[in-house]
Design a protein around this ligand. Structure first.
Ligand SMILES: [Zn+2]
Length: 288
């Protein structure tokens, strides 16, 4: 009897060992993971995105909304609410980054390091770090409103708010080496510090509960802006009435059932126009 076999026999079937013989409650065909009701795939999604079937909202998916919010915030950068929201978010990030061991410190420290807590350019494409952070948060809210199926509940939105905020920062140099099969050498690994589910939920909730009402005001402003644009366009679409047509001397509207006076295609002859030949002329190939 080898060691492994003996250990298996001696070990008491713990909570997880029993549990792992059962199937995932979503009936995906996999066994459960640890003491969870879900398999490892669905548990991973629950911990990272706030729901067992929740998918990641990619950064590129959010890009159009971020662009809208960036523009809006730039135009309203003197508005007291915008200033207050930017200040709160900056303070929020800085405070967490400073306190050692506070949940989310590694992620927030990276945001501070990259310069997102300054109103100065972060990179060639990001002219204002503070504004970019707020634009990202607002864009996540906006996406959740526009696509309710993508972020269907409060919890996925909470996680997405935190996830998108920390994904602004660049990946961090980790203390280990990784073998690169393409170059055949060991290279320093760069990756994002992954926070646990508790951190995402805690910090995400703080962002959501604080900035939700501000986001609501921004969206009603955008809605009003859209409404004004619609009204402006509708003005261009007003129908012309008979009274508006006085400049035409002999305008007599034809009743809908009256026969047309001329055949539709027997119009005036124009060289190079639609009617190539004068009326009554039969081309050579088609003569009787
Ligand atoms: Zn599953």
């Amino acid at each position: 009897m080898n060691n492994k076999k003996r250990n298996e026999l001696l070990a008491l079937p713990g909570r997880s060992r029993l549990n792992e013989t059962l199937s995932c409650i979503l009936h995906c065909g996999n066994f459960r993971h640890g003491v969870s009701r879900y398999c490892s795939t669905h548990l991973g999604r629950l911990l990272r995105y706030g729901g067992p079937t929740q998918q990641r909202v990619e950064k590129s998916t959010l890009a159009p909304e971020v662009a809208i919010m960036r523009k809006f915030l730039k135009h309203n950068d003197t508005h007291p609410s915008v200033i207050a929201a930017q200040d709160w978010l900056t303070k929020f990030v800085r405070q967490i980054a400073e306190i050692k061991g506070s949940p989310g410190q590694a992620q927030m420290r990276q945001l501070v390091y990259d310069g997102f807590t300054e109103s100065a350019p972060v990179s060639k494409w990001i002219p204002n770090g503070q504004r970019e952070m707020l634009a990202t948060v607002l864009a996540t809210f906006y996406y959740a409103i526009k696509r309710p199926a993508a972020l269907p509940a409060n919890e996925p939105l909470t996680y997405a708010l935190f996830n998108h905020l920390i994904r602004l920062a660049s990946p961090v140099k980790r203390g280990r080496l990784k073998y690169n099969a393409n170059t055949g050498r060991e290279e320093i690994l760069y990756s994002y510090p992954q926070p646990g589910a508790a951190v995402r939920r805690l910090r995400g909730r703080e962002i959501r509960t604080t900035l939700a009402s501000f986001a609501d005001k921004v969206f009603s402003a955008l809605e009003r802006q859209h409404q004004l644009e619609v009204e402006r366009r509708q003005k261009l679409e007003t129908d012309f009435k008979d009274g508006d047509l006085k400049h035409r001397k002999r305008y007599i509207p034809r009743p809908p059932d009256a026969p047309r006076k001329r055949e539709p295609n027997a119009g005036t002859f124009q060289r190079g126009g639609r009617n190539k030949f004068p009326p009554g002329y039969v081309p050579k190939g088609k003569r009787g």
